[in-house]
Design a protein around this ligand. Structure first.
Ligand code: ASP
Length: 351
């Protein structure tokens, strides 16, 4: 697969437009030029990762269009894929760890810098709402494992079996080989970025995704949320980037917000979402900031070209940006002008 990839600079995944290709080695790699004009949204607005972000944005829009708070919007949006039984990378029906346990990670951050998160949470379908309770009702930021479950139950969340027959069947199929290997969305035959197909349908190549959702309300206040079942077949106890504030999610109400999807270990190593927001603070556009955050991962670890990581950012002025290691990462945009936009992100490499 790697052999077939060309290093490209600014390919529009959805449109299949390759602006420049081939010939550059990784050693020569630097931030790609800003080939695509990023979209600027009007407040209120919301952006989120992947094609399932379209439905999430619509739920967030219900809140935002009535003058609601960005925090309520991102929670409402994140709950949509968490409840979607056809989505095997978030919430209920998420693929389990190698031992068959569905363990969920989530984080949320508001306009005041308040944040809450849960990691390795089992049996609760809406970890994003538990993360919000951690933020609002405890002096802590992150609860994990049994403690997070105990807290959720104390808060009135009903425990349930999250492993559906379909996810169990996929896990049992995986156990025949028991080979752990993150698979990016962009592998051959996986999905059509513009068709809205599920990348994570059983039998498809992909085995991880996250919804990261960022909103700005009519007051101009920003919030973000991030929720996932993590990497399918992960080691028991593995925690990804999504519940780590600064890695999978970061919001600074003066500057902007960022979130990530993909192999969380690479995002944690580079404190990815915080990096994107800090670069925006220093004057980079959301697009340029996402590009630099991806470039840093690839520069530090050339093997990352075989993985997928994508960043999505929204600035205080409504400008958006997105960039990924590989093609296939898409993201949904929504404001008063258009509620169902789905765009393909530029990437360093094209499969
Ligand atoms: N970032 C998630 C994790 O590492 C997975 C993904 O977004 O694909 O748990």
């Amino acid at each position: 697969m790697t052999d077939r990839r060309n290093l490209i600079r600014g390919a529009v995944a959805g449109a299949g437009l390759v602006l420049a290709s081939a010939g550059r080695s990784l050693a020569q790699f630097s931030s790609p030029p800003h080939a695509v004009r990023p979209v600027r949204l009007q407040k209120p607005c919301v952006v989120s990762t992947w094609d399932f972000g379209v439905a999430a944005n619509l739920a967030a829009w219900e809140v935002l269009s009535k003058g609601g708070r960005a925090l309520d919007a991102v929670e409402a949006g994140a709950r949509v894929p968490e409840a979607d039984l056809s989505n095997h990378s978030v919430g209920r029906a998420g693929y389990p760890d190698r031992d068959g346990h569905v363990t969920l990670d989530a984080s949320i951050m508001d306009e005041t810098g308040g944040c809450g998160a849960v990691a390795g949470l089992e049996h609760i379908a809406h970890p994003i709402s538990v993360a919000r309770r951690v933020m609002e009702r405890t002096p802590h930021v992150l609860l994990v494992g049994d403690g997070a479950l105990q807290f959720a139950i104390e808060q009135g969340f009903a425990p349930e079996e999250l492993l559906t027959p379909e996810s169990r069947a996929a896990w049992e199929e995986w156990r025949k080989s028991s080979k752990y290997q993150p698979r990016a969305n962009s592998e051959v035959g996986d999905y059509g970025a513009q068709k809205g197909d599920r990348r994570d349908r059983p039998g498809s190549a992909n085995n991880h995704d996250t919804i990261g959702i960022l909103a700005m309300d009519a007051n101009g206040d920003l919030s973000g949320a991030c929720t996932t079942s993590g990497m399918a077949w992960k080691l028991r106890g593995r925690v990804g980037d999504s519940p780590i504030i600064g890695a999978g999610l970061y919001v600074d109400n003066a500057v902007g917000a960022a979130t990530s999807t993909g192999v969380g270990e690479e995002v944690i190593r580079n404190v990815g979402s915080f990096l994107v927001v800090e670069l925006m603070r220093q004057g980079r556009s959301p697009q340029a900031a996402c590009e630099e955050a991806v470039a840093r991962i690839v520069r530090r670890k050339p093997q990352a070209r075989d993985l997928q990581v994508g960043f999505l950012a929204l600035s205080k002025s409504g400008e958006t940006g997105a960039f990924a290691i590989q093609s296939g990462f898409n993201y949904a945009l929504c404001d008063a002008a258009s509620q169902k936009q789905l765009l393909g992100a530029n990437s360093v490499y094209q499969a």
